[in-house]
Design a protein around this ligand. Structure first.
Ligand SMILES: Nc1ncnc2c1ncn2[C@@H]1O[C@H](COP(=O)(O)OP(=O)(O)OP(=O)(O)O)[C@@H](O)[C@H]1O
Ligand SMILES: [Mg+2]
Length: 199
């Protein structure tokens, strides 16, 4: 399946999500991560270390045989034409958002834009959820539920292990950190939902 990760706001965990969904999907079928962000964050992540799947930019992607799964990482605030194309050419659009008001405003704007387009199904993913005793994650989840927006049941908690993974260029499960495994399990739960959504 083709999974596109997009958001209007920067720094909400798109690249981290694209890397870890690709790592999860690679466990099921050959997976390709296409870095469609001009900042090339996924490519530089891959260049720093070892990932279990191939990462290419969107130009190289044309020369590569289509694998079982494709994950596309995109730039923040995609221009309207790009967004329409991205949204129409995937099986599932994943919209990461952090549980804070600025990110939620950007999410509302994104959903408004999507409403006018013929698009693939989309689902909102809560990322960088602050640890207990913060209730931000739960509160935002309850708030989003009232809007009727489709939301992943799983959410990604905020762990320094994810920053370490970006630094050393691996998936989080290869990082030496006490929270590395539970961080990975957060993406496993979401990955299963992604596969189920793909039918
Ligand atoms: N679950 C998490 N816990 C802790 N830190 C995280 C988590 N997810 C992402 N981060 C960190 O937050 C920052 C932004 O993440 P990331 O680069 O994935 O976001 P992005 O949406 O791709 O940003 P951009 O819009 O610039 O492309 C990075 O420093 C990353 O390591
Ligand atoms: Mg990014």
């Amino acid at each position: 399946m083709i999974v596109t990760v997009a958001s209007f706001k920067g720094g909400v965990g798109k690249t981290t999500t694209a890397i870890h969904l690709a790592a999860f999907l690679q466990g099921y079928a050959e997976t390709l991560l296409i870095d469609a962000d001009p900042n090339r964050s996924a490519l530089s992540w891959a260049s720093r270390g070892q990932l279990p799947f191939q990462v290419v930019d969107q130009w190289q992607a044309n020369d590569i045989p289509r694998p079982g799964h494709v994950v596309i990482d995109t730039q923040a605030r995609p221009i309207a034409d790009d967004l329409a194309l991205l949204a129409a050419t995937c099986d599932l659009l994943v919209l990461p958002t952090t549980p804070d008001i600025l990110a939620l405003d950007a999410l509302a704007l994104m959903v408004q834009h999507l409403a006018g387009l013929a698009i693939a199904p989309y689902r909102v993913l809560l990322t960088m959820i602050p640890p207990y005793p913060s209730r931000a994650g739960t509160e935002v989840r309850e708030m989003l539920a009232t809007t009727g927006l489709p939301l992943f049941e799983g959410g990604i908690r905020r762990y320094a292990a994810f920053q370490k993974a970006a630094l050393v260029g691996t998936a989080v499960y290869d990082v030496k950190d006490p929270k590395a495994e539970i961080g990975w399990q957060d993406y496993v739960v979401v990955g299963r939902e992604v596969l189920a959504a793909g039918g």
